[in-house]
Design a protein around this ligand. Sequence first.
Ligand code: FMN
Length: 386
Amino acid sequence: MGSPEKKVPVDLSRCISLDDFQRQAKPILGKALYEYVASGTDDEQTLSENRQAFKRMFLLPRMMRVVSDIDLRLDVFGQRLSMPVFVSPAGVHKLMHPEGECATARACAEAGTLMGVSQHATVSLEDVAAAAPRCARWFQLYILKDRELTAGILRRSEKAGYTAICLTVDSVRFGSREADWRNNFNGLPPGVTLANYPTQDGYNDRVKDAWDQNTEKLFDERATWSDIAWLKSLTSLPILVKGILTAQDAVSAVEAGASGVIVSNHGGRALDGSLSSIESLAPVVKAVRSVPTGANVPIFLDSGVRRGTDVLKALALGATAVLLGRPMFFSLAVGGQEGVQRMLSIIRDELEAAMALCGCQRLQDITKDLVTDFREGGSTFHRPRL
Ligand SMILES: Cc1cc2nc3c(=O)[nH]c(=O)nc-3n(C[C@H](O)[C@H](O)[C@H](O)COP(=O)(O)O)c2cc1C
């Protein structure tokens, strides 16, 4: 347990959709490791809603528009990216593949897109940067009780060329993933460490159900919005707040000085029963745009994105770009760098096709009127009474 069980050669051409990578990864990873990635907390209501909510939303495509020259490129914080689909910051890539985060970074560099690198990476933030210098990178930070250590990690990431900080705020505690309890998934395998910490003391204990539930006691439960100012005093990098689901928190983040917001419920791994990310998006966008300093603040989304049409729906509701968590893990398990590259190219092609079929040539053409919005009465579709 704790590292891929079998080296099963996978024919990557058999992975046609993002869900195919998940199916192919299952026998490679074995039950405990597969479920560590795939599962959500408690009843997995939010995990399931993240997908169902996209499926309850329908597209209203427009015809007879020029779509002969579709352009997916965008600029974020001064960086040119090939498409509005990035990789979410998520820990422990080495559990999927021996090259870990280095393989993911190389894949993102090849695809011209951005990688979020987790504080809980299994390759140090400096080594990820060195492995793929061309890869656009944001560093994901947790505020630890040990503020000196937090500040030190932040400073290292700026020095190593990361272009923004994603402060994850939805995990003062990790939710309970019952699959990990049942599978006795209680630690990283020998040789795999959380490489961004100077020592492993306390960061890789094996006393609770999963290694990451052990790290939660290191997080500062007294952190508040005023700590954005503290972080800003330590770095000139833009700070994005990851894990926002409400309009009120989005406004607090922007008023506290955040340069961006990531609407996310941690892929259903934080509070179970919380709203899906796609259904949280529109109120967040509306609220941020109503703040004087929020007019140009980019808003991102992750949790449940699996199709090009999902990306289009999120962009139509005001997202600048989306991020992918589990599809990165499963494609890394299936094919290392090549697997992640193929996964990114599949969703890119899907988005391109969806834009063509919706009559959109540029990302700016993806507007709100392309999706049904039940809450504003914008559709004639009625949900059946159950
Ligand atoms: C195995 C795993 C590890 C994760 N580790 C982190 C992490 O270290 N920091 C973080 O902010 N989010 C982490 N996440 C959450 C992802 O960044 C992202 O929000 C989520 O996976 C998106 O949902 P999706 O998997 O449905 O695409 C993790 C997710 C998974 C599945």
